[in-house]
Each structure stands twice: as structure tokens, then as C-alpha cells.
Design a protein around this ligand. Structure first.
Ligand SMILES: Cc1cc2nc3c(=O)[nH]c(=O)nc-3n(C[C@H](O)[C@H](O)[C@H](O)COP(=O)(O)OP(=O)(O)OC[C@H]3O[C@@H](n4cnc5c(N)ncnc54)[C@H](O)[C@@H]3O)c2cc1C
Length: 415
């Protein structure tokens, strides 16, 4: 027997669960499949080592879907300032909320908090069906759209199948969509640390020779670190005894938060620049990391994926409202045009910043610092960068733009 839905979303992480939520709230019948059943409850400590800095645009999407309140209940940490330093010179940048009408620049949220709050809302939606554990073995074009067959033989069919199954998307491979990109030969080492000094609800980032070291504030006073290192160094640091690791980290931090007191479990994630050559195929679309993977130095991967989810949902709901085929070519093409350029621009920007800070020529380092300090004194450029980093661009999907006031009101006449 084949189970029939209007949309099947494969991958129930931050991005896939958001797409499923938006589509089901738009009145479509949606099946959300994931290989794992997400955690919904956990002890207060330790914190999840995977956290994301979520932008104002992402907060708007999650608020509009009724998810944000559940996240706040579980714990989010607003950050009001961002301080960036060049560890090899005197370049520094300071972003704050002065040129916005917002009380914060964004929030640091454990990934499991966002996923659990999304799945809580999905459980209340009569048109959403969550299926776990579900592993897709095959996908085919069928008479009425596209089918997916799970390992074990269960078969589902929909007008549109959305792959949100992450960077190594199995579904993307099954539909024959290729990827381009390169390995950074860098890892993002993550852990939760207690520091001597308060994080001051500030996101701190220090650019070192191997890559940036970020301290992201958490709601219990601890910090989540994201430390970009060469793959070999990350491996060495993972193997260090706790005290040796803390000493090494303290040295790398330049003392910005005083002594490093404790560290929880550590893990490292290989970093890659990758983009899918196409975002769509027949009755098929890619969103999130399945479509694009970027360097995490400005914490934009999940935010970009949330914009994909909101944009695609908006177009599919528009197709349904207009009585048109849900996976009509013009809608899928519009989705690809809308999101691919924006994502590539973000990926390229992260890549450029990463490369810029890896250059060691003394003259270039001096120039880089002059540039940083010049930007720091230019309100106009800083406001533009702030706005870009907060995800507040001009072509946002409707769900992402539900904040207070117009873009002009938020950022002043220049923008
Ligand atoms: C060190 C680091 C720090 C980061 N920091 C930030 C940050 O601060 N801000 C930010 O915006 N982004 C950040 N990112 C990026 C962010 O983590 C990713 O962009 C985001 O998690 C992608 O979400 P996703 O839902 O597309 O994919 P994933 O999170 O990979 O989720 C994929 C889901 O699909 C499921 N799945 C996989 N394969 C299958 C299958 N075959 N069948 C069924 N289900 C399957 C998985 O179980 C999972 O639930 C960071 C990344 C790294 C590595």
C-alpha cells in the first residue's frame, strides 16, 4: 500500500522540521521523515555541544510558526554585542544594537532546543505526520508525483519531496544532483566552557592563525566555543587532557574572558564549502545543508536553511491557493532563483573572510587591521554588515519579515 501526502520532507533537523511546520500550517498534508527520533527531554546539564547563533530573520520565522515560545521556555540566550579581534594585530570590530530598534543582535540556542520545539508544534498539527526512524532507500517518479521507499519497504508518495537530510544528503544522491566545492582541511572544534569572567551577553570572536575562536554566550552563564583549527590540530586538541586543553584554550583566547575553568565533552566537525549544482528536480527540492554547506565562522548555515524552508513553503502554499500543481516548474524555478544566489553570496563571503584571516604576510596583516578599524569607525558600513548578519535582507520570505516596522524604520534612512 502506498501512503499519499501532498509533501514529504526527508530530514527533521532545524531546517526540515521548519519546512514541515510551515507547510502543514499552510493546510498541506505533510509527512516528515527522520532516521532518528529527536530528543524532547534532557537533564538541565550538560548543554548540547551543538548550538547555533540564530538571526532576527530566523526568530521571525520561528515566532510566526508558534515555535519560538517553546524555545524560550527551554532556554535561549540573547546576545547584545559582538566583539571581533585580529589576534595577530590590533584590528577590532564592535557590533551592538545601537543602530537597530532591536534589544539584541540575535540568540544563541542549543540545536536540540530548536528541534524539540519544532517537533512539539508538529505534534499538534492534524495535517502533519512524523515518521521515525525512517531511512529512505529509493525515490522514483510515479504517476502522481514522486515516491520514496523506506528501508523495510514502506512506500510513500507526494506531489513534492523535499530533501533536508543534511550535508551528505542521501536523497540528493539518489536523485542524481551533483555537488561542487572543496574541503577546508579545517575542523570546527566545539565544547561548552565555564570562564572566569562573565560573557556579558556578548559573542566574542578572535581570529587566530589557524582560524577563528568564538565564545558564544549561553543562558546558564557558560560559553559554547567554536574553534576553527587545522584538521590535524583539532585531532590533537581533542585528545588533550582537560587541564591541558583549558590551558591551550586560555592562551588562544588572549585572556578576553579570563581563566578557562571547566570544559565539557568536545567534538570536531570537518568543514566544507559545498553547493548543489541544482536545487530542484522533477517533484523535488533541496533545502538547508543538503543544498549548501558553508564555513561556520559567522554562524549562518542554519539561518540560510531557515530562509530556504520559508521561501519554498511560501511558493508551495501559493501554488495550492492558486489551484496549480504543487511542484509546478515555475514555482520550483522561482525557489531556486530566489535562494541559490543569496546562499552562494553568503557562502562566498564566509570563504573570503576565512581566507583573509589565514594570510600571514606582515604587510597584509597590517592592511587587514587598518581595514577592520576603518570599518569599525564607519557607522554606515557597520549598519549594513549588522543588517546582513541579522538576516534582514530585502527579498525575505514573508515568514521571515514579520518583525517590528519596515526595514527603513529598523535601520534608519540609509538602509
Ligand atoms: C561547528 C559548527 C557551528 C555552527 N554554528 C552555526 C551557527 O551558529 N548558526 C547557524 O546558523 N549555523 C551554524 N552551523 C551550521 C548549522 O549547524 C547547519 O547549517 C544546520 O544544522 C543544517 O541544518 P539541516 O536541518 O539542513 O541539516 P542537519 O542538521 O544535518 O539535519 C539533517 C537531518 O536529517 C536526518 N537525516 C540524515 N540523513 C537521513 C536519511 N537518509 N533519512 C532520513 N533522515 C536523515 C538527520 O537525522 C537530521 O535530523 C554550524 C555548523 C558547524 C559545523
Amino acid at each position: 500500500m502506498t501512503e499519499r501526502f501532498e509533501v514529504i520532507v526527508v530530514g527533521g533537523g532545524i531546517v526540515g522540521a521548519t519546512a514541515a511546520c510551515a507547510l502543514a500550517q499552510g493546510g498541506l498534508t505533510v509527512a516528515l521523515l527522520d532516521a532518528r527520533t529527536p530528543e524532547r527531554d534532557w537533564p538541565k546539564t550538560p548543554k548540547d555541544i551543538r548550538v547555533s547563533a540564530l538571526t532576527k530573520a530566523s526568530e521571525n520565522i520561528l515566532t510566526a510558526l508558534g515555535v519560538w515560545a517553546g524555545m524560550v521556555q527551554r532556554g535561549v540566550c540573547a546576545y547584545r554585542d559582538m566583539r571581533v579581534f585580529d589576534a595577530r594585530a590590533d584590528g577590532a570590530l564592535h557590533f551592538d544594537t545601537a543602530n537597530t530598534v532591536f534589544p539584541e543582535l540575535g540568540h544563541i540556542v542549543e540545536n536540540r532546543v530548536t528541534v524539540a520545539a519544532l517537533w512539539d508544534v508538529l505534534a499538534t498539527l492534524p495535517t502533519a505526520t512524523c515518521i521515525t526512524p525512517a531511512q529512505v532507500a529509493q525515490t522514483d517518479i510515479s504517476g502522481n508525483g514522486r515516491s520514496v521507499t523506506l528501508t523495510g519497504g514502506r512506500r510513500l508518495e507526494a506531489d513534492l519531496v523535499i530533501a533536508a537530510d543534511g550535508r551528505d544528503s542521501a536523497l540528493r544522491a539518489l536523485t542524481g544532483i551533483g555537488v561542487s566545492g572543496w574541503e577546508y582541511h579545517q575542523d570546527g572544534l566545539v565544547a561548552t566552557v565555564q570562564t572566569e569572567h562573565s560573557h556579558q551577553v556578548t559573542a566574542w570572536q578572535r581570529f587566530l592563525k589557524q582560524g577563528p575562536l568564538a565564545f558564544l554566550p549561553l543562558d546558564d552563564g557558560s560559553c559554547s566555543i567554536v574553534w576553527t583549527l587545522s584538521t590535524a590540530t583539532a585531532k590533537t586538541y581533542l585528545a588533550l587532557e582537560k587541564q591541558d586543553f583549558l590551558k591551550t584554550l586560555e592562551q588562544a583566547s588572549g585572556g578576553i574572558l579570563g581563566k578557562m575553568l571547566t570544559v565539557g565533552p568536545r567534538a570536531a566537525f570537518p568543514l566544507r564549502f559545498q553547493y548543489a549544482k541544482r536545487y530542484t528536480a522533477e517533484h523535488f527540492a533541496l533545502i538547508g545543508d543538503a543544498a549548501h554547506a558553508m564555513h561556520p565562522l559567522a554562524g549562518q548555515g542554519a539561518n540560510a536553511g531557515l530562509l530556504d524552508a520559508a521561501a519554498l513553503a511560501e511558493l508551495v502554499i501559493a501554488a495550492k491557493t492558486a489551484g496549480r500543481p504543487l511542484a509546478g516548474k515555475q514555482y520550483l524555478r522561482k525557489y531556486e532563483r530566489w535562494r541559490k544566489g543569496d546562499n552562494l553570496m553568503m557562502q562566498a563571503s564566509m570563504d573570503l573572510v576565512n581566507k583573509t584571516y589565514r594570510v600571514s604576510a606582515p604587510k597584509f596583516i597590517r592592511l587587514r587591521s587598518v581595514g577592520m578599524n576603518w570599518i569599525d569607525h564607519s557607522i554606515r558600513i557597520k549598519t549594513y554588515l549588522n543588517r546582513y548578519a541579522m538576516g534582514l535582507r530585502d527579498d525575505l520570505p514573508k515568514l521571515a519579515g514579520t518583525g517590528t516596522g519596515t526595514q527603513q524604520e529598523r535601520f534608519g534612512e540609509d538602509f
